[in-house]
Design a protein. Structure first.
Length: 189
């Protein structure tokens, strides 16, 4: 039995088109029912979830069902947004600190205003089909309970983390070419 009016909320985003393709928000009779539906949604879309790791119920349920791989590791991009570095040692998900939420709201604003296709004049705001998410975005304030906004925030943090290009360049000196290749006229050119 919940003692708050908080809802569980999950968004699935297509990372290429940056469109929200699925949403699950609600409060079934038990937390495990929410976790099951959330897990099935992640498996159906072959998705990975960034969750608020202040709450341990989702992680414990995923471990119990051997689906921990559906949760992302703590993103590297949040390291400079956290004052207390101990919260980064939780392994999975993102801590719900004020600094991360502030940065996440900036990510939401950037995402909402980003053009969907060149020349069409449409922005991501125009692609949102969830009226409840639009309402929460309109009325958002730091004092209220805006579960969909926070779920979108964590989704966009993971999206930001995945789109950061980190080339793996080997700086060690290469060995000399094998004589067969070194004497080949094509390679010499």
């Amino acid at each position: 039995q919940s003692t708050t009016d908080s809802l569980g909320s999950t968004f699935i985003m297509n990372r290429i088109t940056e469109r929200i393709v699925a949403e699950y928000t609600g409060r079934p009779l038990t937390a495990s029912m929410f976790y099951n539906t959330n897990r099935y949604l992640l498996m159906y879309y072959n998705a990975m979830q960034n969750h608020e790791n202040n709450l341990t119920g989702l992680l414990a349920d995923m471990k119990r069902h051997r689906c921990e791989h559906l949760l992302c590791d703590t993103p590297d991009c949040i390291r400079d947004k956290v004052d207390d570095k101990r919260v980064l040692s939780r392994g999975k998900g993102t801590p719900g600190t004020a600094g991360i939420k502030k940065w996440g709201l900036e990510l939401i604003l950037e995402w909402l205003m980003r053009s969907t296709e060149d020349g069409t004049g449409r922005i991501n705001l125009n692609t949102i089909k969830s009226i409840a998410l639009l309402d929460e975005l309109i009325y958002y304030n730091s004092k209220g309970n805006f579960d969909r906004v926070l779920a979108l925030l964590y989704t966009l943090i993971l999206h930001y983390e995945r789109w950061q290009h980190k080339p793996d360049i080997d700086q060690t000196k290469k060995k000399e070419l094998h004589p067969f290749f070194a004497n080949n006229p094509l390679i010499k050119q």
